[in-house]
Design a protein around this ligand. Structure first.
Ligand SMILES: Nc1ncnc2c1ncn2[C@@H]1O[C@H](COP(=O)(O)OP(=O)(O)OP(=O)(O)O)[C@@H](O)[C@H]1O
Ligand SMILES: [Mg+2]
Length: 243
């Protein structure tokens, strides 16, 4: 299985503030990796570093065989930030066109990909509305559509299901599994345990390190609990007890 993301001995932070002490992570083609951990644990810091928006303080990050940061790779990565970065004075369709073109799509591709990406998040009926008139959840959905529009080899989604209702969440997960089956790789962060359960692999970060890593089933077995949420709670308590 080819490797899409390789993080080795990553130490990362902001100036003298260290957020991630020593992170090692491998994600293969076709895998969905869910990153979980308490608020402030460093999930966004880690995905931003993998994206190449932050340069590692120590250690290395390789994406699709290239050392990050690497501007050329951005066209192959679909990124949904935790905070929506949309043009509110434009319509949703214009946003999709703009970001799709930035990812290298020509007009024929855009014509095909915009209805596909908008369809996954049920936005086709609202594509010609201005983003300033969108609700919070609609903006999240548009951000997800933008990440999907270029059919990227790697999707990095920072809390993609916030503000998304359960029915649509199921529809989105069905499509994420389809995308992974095509050999594309998905890295997402979440606080939602249903999302964690849908992931192929989980990594829990807390206090700068990975405190648990594995498939949801394996973790439930290892920690002798019934749910992923219980793994999360138990792993956290164990770390506190050892510190
Ligand atoms: N630009 C920044 N400058 C300084 N400190 C930062 C910056 N961004 C994040 N931090 C700090 O780094 C730590 C990790 O933040 P990060 O956003 O990665 O957490 P997170 O796991 O994504 O949290 P959440 O679940 O709330 O999104 C926090 O203590 C935060 O205050
Ligand atoms: Mg975050």
């Amino acid at each position: 299985m080819a490797t899409t993301i390789q993080v080795s001995n990553l130490k990362q932070g902001y100036g003298k503030t260290i957020v991630l002490e020593d992170i090692n992570l491998t994600v293969h083609n076709g895998e969905i990796l869910g990153l979980i951990g308490p608020s402030g644990a460093g999930k966004t810091t880690l995905v931003s570093t993998i994206m190449g928006m932050l340069r590692p303080q120590e250690g290395t990050v390789t994406v699709l065989g290239q050392k990050m940061p690497n501007r050329k790779l951005l066209a192959k990565i679909g990124y949904m930030a935790q905070t929506d970065a949309l043009y509110s004075a434009l319509t949703a369709r214009e946003n999709l066109k703009f970001f799709g073109a930035m990812q290298g799509l020509g007009s024929a591709d855009l014509k095909k990909q915009i209805p596909y990406a908008a369809g996954i998040v049920n936005l086709n009926p609202d594509l010609d509305k201005y983003v300033k008139d969108y609700s919070g959840g609609m903006k999240r959905r548009l951000s997800l559509a933008i990440a999907l529009v270029s059919n990227p080899d790697l999707l990095i989604l920072d809390e993609p299901t916030v503000g998304i209702d359960p029915e649509l969440r199921q529809q989105i997960w069905a499509e994420l599994h389809n995308i992974a089956k095509e050999g594309k790789t998905i890295l997402l962060t979440t606080h939602v345990m249903e999302d964690a359960e849908q992931s192929d692999q989980l990594m829990m970060i807390r206090n700068g390190i990975a405190i648990a890593q594995g498939t949801p089933d394996q973790l439930i077995k290892d920690y002798q609990v019934k749910t992923v949420e219980d793994v999360f709670l138990k792993a956290g308590r164990q770390q506190d007890a050892h510190s």
